[in-house]
Design a protein around this ligand. Sequence first.
Ligand code: PLP
Length: 342
Amino acid sequence: MDIDWSTLGFHYTETDYIVRASFHGHWINGELVGEWSAPYATRNKMIPVHAAATGLQYGQQVFEGLKVFRGVDGKVRVFRWKDNALRMQASAVGLKMAPVPVELFEQAMRLVIAKNKRFIPPYETGATLYLRPILFGSMHRIAVGPGHDFEFVIVASPIGPYYPGKFHCTSFIVNRRVDRSALFGTGAFKAGGNYGSSFRATEVAHLAGYDCLFLDSKFHRYIDECSAANFIGIKGNEYLTPRSTAILPSITNKSLMMLAKKEGLKVTRRKIRLEELADMQEAAACGTACVISPIDKVYDPDHEITYNFGAEPGPILTKLYHDLQDIQYGRVRDTHHWCTII
Ligand SMILES: Cc1ncc(COP(=O)(O)O)c(C=O)c1O
C-alpha cells in the first residue's frame, strides 16, 4: 500500500471493504415491522439500486460521520460512536425509515474497521480513518410515501488532518436568501437533502472567499449553523451556542460543552442574535471533521457589517480544541468514557 498520509485531504480514498445490511419490512397500522439482515463485508463498492427507489425519488436518505483514531499508545479508538448510532436512529425516524439497531451499527462498525485496518493512519500523521454510515430507501415506489425496504452501508476512508500544520481560521458570510432548513423541517436530522439544499448558499459564499453562516429561516435574525458545523461563541467567561429546532445536534459541540464546564466556563444554549457577535471575543465552527475551526470574521453583506475576532485563534477555544484531541488520541485519561478501544 502506498499512501502518503501527510497529503491526505478530506477526500475519499479507496479502501478494501464496505459493510452492508438490508432491512425488509411492511407498514402495518402506521408501524414499520421487519427484519435486518446480519452485516457483511464486501469488496464491491457498487450497490444496484432500483430506479424508482424511495432513496432516489423522495430523499429517504440519512447519514453519519465519525472518526477512528490511532492513539499515542498505538491503540485504535472510536470516539462516541454510540451517539452517532443514536443520532442516526433519530434521523431515520424523522424521515420515516427503519432505524438501525445500535447493536447492528456496532457490529457493522467493528467489521468495517477490522476489514480496513491497514488504512488506519499512524499516530504522528494526524490523519484518521473516517467512517460514513449511510441509510437509504431501496424499495421501488411510485406513489409518494415512505418505502419499507432500506439499505445500511458503512464506507471507510482515511482522511487527512483538517489543519495540516497550522490551526487556521475561517471567515463566514451571512446569506438571507437561501435557508438550510425550515424551523420545523429536517435540520435536526442528518438527512442528505439538507446538504443538497444548502449548496447554492455555500457556492455563493465560496465564490466570495467565505464559508456560509446560516440564520434561522423564519426571522433571519438568529444564528443557526456554520456551513456543516455548529456555532460556538465565547463571551467573557461564557460558552454560547445556539438553541434551535433546525440545527444538527453536534456530538463535538456536546463534548466541548462538557469540557468547557470543566474549565469553569458558564455554558449557555439559547437563541443568539447575529448582532451579539459584536460582544464575543472568540467564535468558531465545530464538528467531527475540524473539531474546532476558529472564525476570524463574519461578514453581513446586507448591513455591510463585519464582526472581527482576529487572525489568531483565541486562547479558550484553542485550549478546548487541545483538550478534546488529547482524549481522542489517548494522550490523557478518558474520564468521560467517550472512546471505545477496538
Ligand atoms: C449540519 C451539521 N452541523 C453540525 C455538524 C457537527 O456534528 P458532529 O460534531 O456530530 O460531527 C455536522 C457534521 O456532522 C453537520 O453536518
